[in-house]
Design a protein around this ligand. Structure first.
Ligand SMILES: [Cu+2]
Length: 252
């Protein structure tokens, strides 16, 4: 074969190989791990750990709550919208004694995108399907279908998990004079948010080196640049940690 044609063929082949590599990368990243750490709203004392994944339009999510009112159903949703964030626990709302109601927090975490029901429909229509939500601190785990749009938003880290139902007056059940802003047939306690946390895309493991650079025991085989970085980190000491925390705080 003419050497020029051979070269051209080689070039064409190497170009052809590129599109093969791209879909392979896309498919490995199409399942995204999710994690969340919910903290209290309305001084509820409620916390919850969330793990899950989104693969295509299939959402798997597990919630382990602590501190929810026993014997009462707790509506739980993935909200999307607003600033895709949680209001702070001390945010004043329109409920009794400044309690935060659902609509008060809409600017932070938007509307219901997924109702995390125990069975059946999981659309926003089931947002208050009280007979299909966990009771008390029951742990929750389910795999659900969501719309392509919602799946993308969750994979982008825009989801916020909210658990509802707070015993504001400590009576042991949902009651009180102020009605819910979602359903006036219910007291606000039945729907006020109890805990909130962003549904974060789990960070990938850092490639080796960085975390160990400050450890003198492993310094032997580390390239000079890493050693310098390690020394700088060691010199910065607590201040470096503080800066990292601050940066995280700003993201949250
Ligand atoms: Cu909600």
């Amino acid at each position: 074969m003419d050497p020029k044609r051979t070269l051209a063929l080689a070039a064409a082949l190497s170009l052809a190989a590129l599109p093969l590599a791209a879909p392979a990368m896309a498919s490995t990243s199409s399942s995204t791990d999710l994690t969340g750490s919910l903290t209290q709203l309305n001084d509820s004392g409620v916390t919850a750990d969330v793990t899950g994944s989104i693969s295509g339009t299939e959402l798997t999510i597990s919630i382990t709550p602590s501190g929810l009112l026993a014997g009462a159903p707790h509506a739980q949703h993935i909200h999307i919208g607003g600033t895709n964030s949680c209001p702070s626990n001390d945010t004043e709302g329109s409920g009794a004694d400044g309690a935060l109601q659902v609509s008060d927090a809409a600017g932070s975490y938007g509307a219901i995108a997924v109702s995390l029901t125990t069975e059946g429909d999981s659309s926003p229509d089931s947002g208050l399907a009280v007979d299909r939500f966990p009771v008390g601190d029951a742990s929750y785990s389910r795999t659900l279908e969501v719309s392509p749009e919602v799946a993308q938003q969750i994979a982008d880290g825009d989801g916020v998990v909210v658990l509802h139902g707070v015993d504001l007056n400590g009576s042991g059940s949902y009651d009180g004079d102020v009605v819910s802003d979602l359903d006036p047939s219910l007291p606000e306690e039945a729907t006020d948010p109890a805990a909130c946390g962003t549904l974060d895309v789990a960070s990938m493991a850092m490639p080796g080196g960085g975390a160990d650079a400050g450890d003198g025991g492993t310094a032997g085989g580390v390239p000079t640049a890493s050693l310098v970085g390690g020394a700088a980190l060691a010199a910065a000491g607590g201040a470096g940690l503080l800066a990292l925390r601050r940066r995280r705080g700003q993201e949250g």
